[in-house]
Design a protein around this ligand. Structure first.
Ligand code: NAD
Length: 267
């Protein structure tokens, strides 16, 4: 595999499962040293780190932190800088969804989703940008630092029962674009990848149920669920110098989910 990220240091949040694990492996395969942030399941973290370290690309270490907790996030970055010296690439991937209709949604449920998906993005982005601004003479990249957010098609597609999730993903979009505007002149790039339906633990209830899959396929022009590698490839591209002129945008990796598939047979 082409080593577009050799010598760079990356941190991927929520990286011991699903999309995050695939992103960590892809960035390492392209040469980056990677922090696997995790909160639950130390064994899974060890497995992902071992896979990466055996593969012979960049190396991996796990660091535990709840991304919604300011002290833990700051401590995680401090540990990363001690181990790796700096950060070049942050991938804000950690995310959760809690199903509920508005009338039944507790404040605790709302706070939880906002805390992980949106406040977590803010805390990690702030810590990364503070360090990017100190990055001088990074010979491996034309940019001083890159952030890639794992957003969702639900930053634009409304989703009944998941209004808190949609609020966070839409929020990430304009937060990221505003921050991209703030730091473009400093050569810091901030973009998002918006996956459609990717086969991971977060949506196991859908892909493990034939009826759920049949329904999903009606929303999926490309005729298949996405794989984690589809998302990882997009993240690696946006992290690399090939995307050096791209900032403040969203790359949809959704098999056409945003194409209003219901309109295919007439309006
Ligand atoms: P996943 O459940 O496998 O991954 C989520 C990860 O976030 C897990 O590793 C989890 O432990 C971690 N996490 C949760 N709370 C955390 C916290 N407070 N601190 C640190 N880590 C925490 O599911 P996934 O599908 O791989 O989801 C990854 C991202 O992709 C999420 O942001 C999700 O919204 C987004 N996404 C997924 C899909 C999809 O179809 N799978 C579609 C669109 C967007």
């Amino acid at each position: 595999m082409e080593k577009r990220l050799s010598g760079q240091k990356a941190l991927v949040t929520g990286a011991n499962s699903g999309i995050g694990a695939a992103v960590a492996q892809r960035l390492a395969a392209e040469g980056a040293d990677v922090v696997i942030n995790w909160l639950f399941n130390e064994d899974a973290t060890r497995e992902v780190a071992e896979k990466i370290n055996k593969a012979g690309g960049g190396k991996a270490i796990g660091i535990k932190a709840d991304v919604s907790n300011e002290e833990q996030v700051d401590a995680m970055f401090k540990q990363m800088f001690k181990e790796f010296g700096t950060i070049d690439i942050l991938v804000n991937n950690a995310g959760i969804e809690i199903h509920n209709l508005l009338e039944n949604m507790s404040k605790a449920e709302w706070d939880k989703v906002i805390g992980v998906n949106l406040t977590g993005n803010f805390l990690c982005s702030r810590a990364a940008v503070r360090q990017f601004l100190k990055n001088e003479n990074r010979p491996h990249s034309r940019s001083r630092g890159k952030i890639v957010n794992i957003s969702s098609v639900h930053q634009v597609i409304m989703w009944a029962g998941f209004s808190s999730y949609c609020a966070t993903k839409a929020g990430i979009n304009l937060f990221a674009q505003s921050v991209a505007q703030e730091y473009a002149e400093k050569k810091i790039r901030i973009n998002s990848v918006a996956p459609g339906a990717i086969k991971t633990p977060i949506n196991q209830n859908v892909w493990s149920d034939p009826k759920g899959m049949a329904d999903l396929m009606t929303k999926m022009p490309y005729g298949r669920m996405g794989e984690v590698e589809d998302v990882a490839a997009a993240v690696a591209f946006l992290s690399s110098d090939e995307a050096d002129y791209i900032t403040g945008t969203t790359l949809y990796v959704d098999g056409g989910m945003c194409l209003y598939p219901e309109f295919r047979f007439g309006g």
